[in-house]
Design a protein around this ligand. Structure first.
Ligand SMILES: [Zn+2]
Length: 246
């Protein structure tokens, strides 16, 4: 079985002591591709560095709305543009009205800049959205390819998102969150990705998450939908290839 972890942060310091072992465990668990996402200037650089030494690690570069005041926004966008050939998509970018580390106005300005860049470079957007899914959807509607990373919105909005042909990426949080149940039940396999968002959102609560555990998300989806786990793996692998053109 070939699995893809569609979103994680293996460059984060939580993996400094055993990063290579974590990657080996992922391979043994059947993970053939790991998509590592930058969240600011520094982590965009460390993401690029990580992928240059591991074939299975692919890159998306972005600026998480919570990092706007922690990083140099202009330098971040310049780096993304310079390294356009090395990245699969722009993200994570978006709006976070849950943590609200930056004003809505400023978050939106940066997000619109990212949308413009995605359009110009013809790359998919990987959305980070908390308590702002509807507004994000309105802003990206005109794009070709959009992935709602770690989707936490309603089932009815999810239906509009997939009707538009976009993708819903479900994280290992679904293994213990009842609020995601309806989305898991109803999301079509053709629009589904799975991810760990490692080191966060471990299916084994309180522990560090890692890409090998993406299997737990696949199992949970298979159980809720009453299908084989292989079907979940095949569909999500095909979707990753389709949306990123790889
Ligand atoms: Zn993330």
């Amino acid at each position: 079985m070939d699995l893809v972890d569609a979103h994680c942060h293996l460059d984060f310091k939580q993996f400094d002591k055993d990063r290579d072992e974590v990657i080996e465990r992922a391979k043994k668990a059947g993970v053939c591709t790991i998509i590592n996402s930058g969240v600011d200037y520094e982590t965009n650089l460390s993401t690029l560095m990580l992928s240059s030494s591991h074939d299975l690690i692919k890159v998306t570069l972005g600026l998480n709305p919570n990092m706007i005041h922690e990083t140099d926004v202009d330098m971040t966008f310049e780096l993304i543009e310079e390294r356009a050939e090395d990245l699969l998509g722009i993200g994570e970018v978006g709006l976070d009205y849950y943590r609200m580390k930056t004003s809505k106005k400023e978050q939106k300005e940066v997000f619109l800049r990212a949308i413009e860049l995605a359009r110009r470079l013809d790359k998919p957007i990987i959305l980070h959205s908390r308590d702002a899914e509807g507004e994000c959807f309105e802003l990206v509607k005109g794009l070709d390819r959009v992935i709602f990373h770690c989707y936490g919105g309603s089932a009815s909005l999810m239906e509009q998102i997939v009707d538009r042909g976009f993708y819903i990426s479900l994280a290992t949080v679904i293994c213990y969150s009842d609020s995601h149940r309806k989305v898991v039940e109803r999301v079509p396999l053709e629009n589904l990705l799975i991810e760990t968002d490692s080191p966060f959102l471990s299916p084994f609560r309180g522990k560090r998450n890692e890409p090998a555990y993406v299997m737990e998300a696949a199992k949970k989806i298979a159980e809720v939908k009453g299908i084989w786990v292989e079907e979940v793996a095949d569909a999500t692998l095909m979707n990753v290839k389709r949306v990123y053109g790889i």
